[in-house]
Ligand binder design. Structure first.
Ligand code: PLP
Length: 441
């Protein structure tokens, strides 16, 4: 944080209901939240407590409406409370909420994913992206008989113990942030991360035959949005092939968002193992990991790698996922791409026009915003941009304009299919006003 931009929380008392709930929450939930970024630690102030959401908007407990670019960190790609998703969930709920036995919807969701993502022949559902990544790593180790893992600094794979090293998203802003091979969380032993090697994003690692798996966000979206440079993913793929390591695409954000077939389709590079979350559940808890039939044959009960879950493939969640993914056709991706480009171009002009350093970019439907003078290639660049100190003031300025961004400098912006061109233009106009005020300080 630099002193050119002190944290500027919303005026005290302006959110009395949220403030009251936050006080109660802090007594019974660590930091008042169930996921740390929600506590507003890196922007200051009191988080708005959400009372309801519809389409592109959320309403807080104090009755304020915000144009929402969080969209459940991308899970709500259609926008909030999509009518078809709600109808599917209501219909499923009437039939019971969980059985502990297989259901039709699980089969249909698995078939739909396998159809959309060439290379996936079988998958297994979980209840979160973290579980999907945990199980995908276990599968890769079990299938190869090797222990080593390579991950990229600033990539986030959920709270998987062995991957909590140099992780992005909220891990990067907390007291637990770390560099190098040191665990990024207390409670993760050095032994747990001893087999995890961290390399810079956009730098091709040299592997050896101890490596089971290289885990990567094919488009990094938890250190802001950082794209792979030309040839990078191809070279990582080739290096994995050279030593017989598996390549794992963590598509928890990019899956069903970048394209119908996710990042593999978008980039043309095919991994061996995928994990999904967020969009695949249509806003309900679903994750999944998948691979070829051969690799997935290592998963129990076919093979020796254990995976299970009481609520895995839950009937409400799979109904929501099906209802969401079925709406994601070519026209939907074209529309999302257009919204994202309009937003990124507009933010770049608005913020740059005010004289602030800015890199606003879109990669397909993903939008990233850095307060930096030069393009961001890796975690070190992203961290420098975050430390420029502009983000908290920009965040609170936008919130006061009725526009909700994720409360952390390492998060992407998620325009949804419910956003309109007019919403984007309103956002850009607000950004110009906020940036001008910040520049004038
Ligand atoms: C969100 C995210 C996860 C974790 O998913 P959860 O459902 O929050 O456990 C894993 N990987 C990536 C790339 C993510 O963005």
């Amino acid at each position: 944080m630099t002193d050119n931009d002190p944290i500027a929380p919303a005026p005290a008392g302006s959110l009395p209901e949220s403030a009251g709930l936050f006080d109660r929450a802090k007594r019974v939930l660590p930091g008042g939240v169930n996921s740390p970024v929600r506590a507003f630690g890196s922007v200051g102030g009191t988080p708005y407590f959400v009372a309801k959401a519809e389409g592109a908007h959320i309403w807080d407990e104090d009755g304020n409406r915000y144009l929402d670019y969080v969209q459940s960190y991308g899970a709500s790609i259609l926008g909030h409370a999509d009518p078809a998703v709600l109808a599917a969930v209501h219909a499923a709920a009437d039939l019971g909420t969980s059985y502990g036995a297989p259901t039709r919807n699980e089969v249909e969701l698995a078939e739909l994913v396998a159809e959309r993502v060439p290379g996936i022949e079988m998958l297994r559902m979980t209840s979160s992206g973290t579980e999907a990544a945990t199980s995908a790593i276990r599968l890769a180790r079990g299938a190869t008989g090797r222990d080593g893992i390579v991950k990229f600094a600033g990539n986030y794979h959920g709270h998987v113990d062995s991957l909590l090293v140099s992780a992005g998203s909220a891990v990067a802003t907390g007291p637990e942030s770390s560099v190098g091979g040191v665990p990024a969380s207390a409670g993760v032993t050095e032994g747990t991360v001893a087999q995890t090697r961290v390399v810079d994003y956009n730098t091709v690692p040299t592997l050896d035959e101890s490596i089971a798996v290289v885990a990567i966000e094919p488009i990094a979206a938890n250190m802001g949005v950082v794209g792979p440079e030309p040839g990078f993913l191809e070279a990582v793929r080739a290096e994995c092939d050279r030593v017989g390591a598996l390549l794992l695409f963590d598509e928890v954000i990019t899956g069903f968002r970048l394209a119908s077939g996710g990042a593999a389709e978008f980039t043309g590079v095919q991994p061996d193992v995928w994990c999904f979350g967020k969009v695949i559940g249509g806003g309900l808890p679903v994750g999944a990991f998948g691979a070829s039939r051969e690799v997935m044959s290592s998963v129990s009960p076919l093979g020796p790698v254990f995976h299970g879950g009481t609520l895995s493939g839950n009937p409400l969640a799979t109904a929501a996922g099906l209802a969401a993914i079925r709406q994601l056709d070519a026209a939907a991706y074209e529309r999302l791409n257009g919204l994202a480009a309009r937003l990124a171009d507009g933010l770049g002009e608005a913020i740059g026009g005010a004289g602030l350093p800015v890199q606003a970019l879109s990669i397909g439907p993903l939008v990233g915003l850095f307060f930096a003078d030069a393009p961001v290639r890796n975690f070190a660049d992203a961290t420098a941009a975050a430390q420029s100190g502009w983000f908290p003031g920009f965040f609170h300025g936008m919130l006061a304009e009725g526009i909700a961004l994720a409360p952390g400098p390492y998060e992407a912006l998620f325009p949804s299919l419910a956003h309109t061109d007019a919403d984007i233009d309103q956002t850009v106009e607000a950004a110009a006003r906020v940036a001008a005020r910040l520049a004038a300080r």
